[in-house]
Ligand binder design. Structure first.
Ligand code: AMP
Ligand code: MG
Length: 391
């Protein structure tokens, strides 16, 4: 058994190479940028009206103004604005030469068809100036950015319609256990539904990797080996749950060894998730996660997610926020690092979830994060600030 910190270090120090691909901007969500992105234009590309109104000269605001043209968005002005003149202008249209302000339509009285008067004293210029958001050639996104919808808007603006990205990581998911049936069926006595595989597929999807569900392996060496061979065919990472404890039918570590997979660790001093296995097969990686759904969920968050993100080209740092405990928490044993699923109440306080063992699947329903209780510590007092690792 190794310490959790050592296990994490082993996972974080694996060697791998990153492959890149150009994708259409609409396929780029969830990929990580493999190059910096620069803008090929300035933004705005012209002095742009921020409001619907009249473009005029600030020095003329007290006078009656003559309306000389109407400028819709997408149309260039044909006239320059002179003394006591104005052009009616729509939001997003280019401000005509000669005008230094746009007065809002709401603040104007139409005296006649071509004459207006400003009803207020002062005005903001209401102009978005050429290049004030972006300069041509300016770097707008950094290599290593995990692409979110707001980055796609920036790429669209900058004309970067086929960004170079890292390939998505392919992740196989296998469940093991003779007691398992797929959730589509009602379990007979002595059976339970396979929840882990579906949870893992969703966890993989959520972080932008591509899951492949392989199926349920029987508790035999042959079945475990057969599923593993299939899983390794097309995937970068294999996740397998169950079969890693000390039971008579827990074949996973043995089969992995026989397949020539170098096991980096077989159990970790962590709770939940002690029987977690990690191995390397050339450029591929395998986690044997505990069968208990809570343990599997937590160890995915703690060990698998950082690896998948790194293989995706993203230097992931788990997001944490410091919040006060809303209740006293006590545990009996303190020999292992413990990760508790917690919820956050309306007052912004941390409440550990009622959690009576790592098979307690619905304990996680309201989980917003995980908090760590270090080795040697047994209690957390109400009001203590704890780091909540967001999930
Ligand atoms: P194991 O590590 O195979 O001994 O499994 C530990 C516990 O987790 C047992 O109670 C299993 O029935 C349960 N378990 C294993 N795999 C799954 C799964 N895919 N979905 C739900 N529970 C599981
Ligand atoms: Mg089992």
């Amino acid at each position: 058994m190794i310490k959790f910190e050592e296990a994490l270090k082993l996972v974080n120090s694996v060697n791998f190479s990153l492959a890149t691909v150009r994708v259409d901007i609409n396929q780029s969500l969830g990929h990580v940028l493999a190059e910096d992105v620069f803008s090929d234009i300035q933004m705005p590309p012209f002095n742009k009206s921020a409001v619907d109104g009249y473009a005029c000269r600030n020095s003329d605001l007290k006078n009656t103004l003559e309306v000389i043209e109407v400028i819709p968005a997408g149309v260039s002005p044909t006239k320059s604005v002179g003394p006591n003149q104005c052009s009616k202008i729509m939001t997003g249209a280019p401000v005509p030469i000669g005008a230094d302000s746009v007065i809002m339509v709401e603040d104007v009285e139409e005296i006649s068809e071509k004459k207006i008067r400003y009803l207020k004293d002062d005005v903001k210029d209401n102009i978005c100036y050429i290049g004030e958001d972006l300069k041509e050639g300016e770097k707008v996104l950094e290599k290593g950015t995990p692409i979110q919808p707001q980055h796609i808007a920036v790429m669209a603006t900058a004309g970067a319609v086929s960004p170079l990205v890292y390939k998505k990581v392919r992740v196989a998911v296998i469940s093991t256990g003779d007691e398992l049936v797929e959730p589509h069926f009602k379990p007979a006595s002595s059976q339970i539904r396979n929840s882990n595989a579906y949870q893992l597929v969703a966890q993989v999807n959520k972080i932008g990797a591509i899951p492949e569900y392989i199926g349920i392996a029987k508790d035999t060496e042959e079945s475990t080996r057969e599923m593993l061979l299939k899983a390794f065919e097309n995937n970068d990472v294999v996740l397998l749950t169950g079969g890693v404890s000390m039971g008579d039918y827990d074949y996973v570590p043995q089969v992995l060894n026989e397949m020539g997979i170098k096991l980096q660790f077989k159990s970790i001093a962590v709770q939940p998730g002690r029987p977690t296995v990690f191995g390397i097969k050339n450029n591929q990686f395998i986690f044997g996660l505990p069968g208990n759904p809570v343990s599997s969920f937590v160890q995915f968050e703690l060990l698998v997610k950082p690896l998948i993100y790194r293989l995706s080209g993203y230097a992931f740092k788990p997001p944490k926020i410091g919040l006060p405990m809303g209740v006293d928490y006590r545990r009996k044993k303190s020999g292992r690092l413990s990760w508790l699923p917690v919820e956050i109440n309306a007052k912004g306080e941390v409440i550990p979830l009622e959690y009576h063992g790592s098979a307690h699947i619905n304990a996680l329903v309201n989980a917003r994060g995980l908090i760590a209780i270090p080795v040697g510590e047994t209690e957390l007092k109400k009001g203590t600030i704890v780091d909540v690792r967001q999930i």
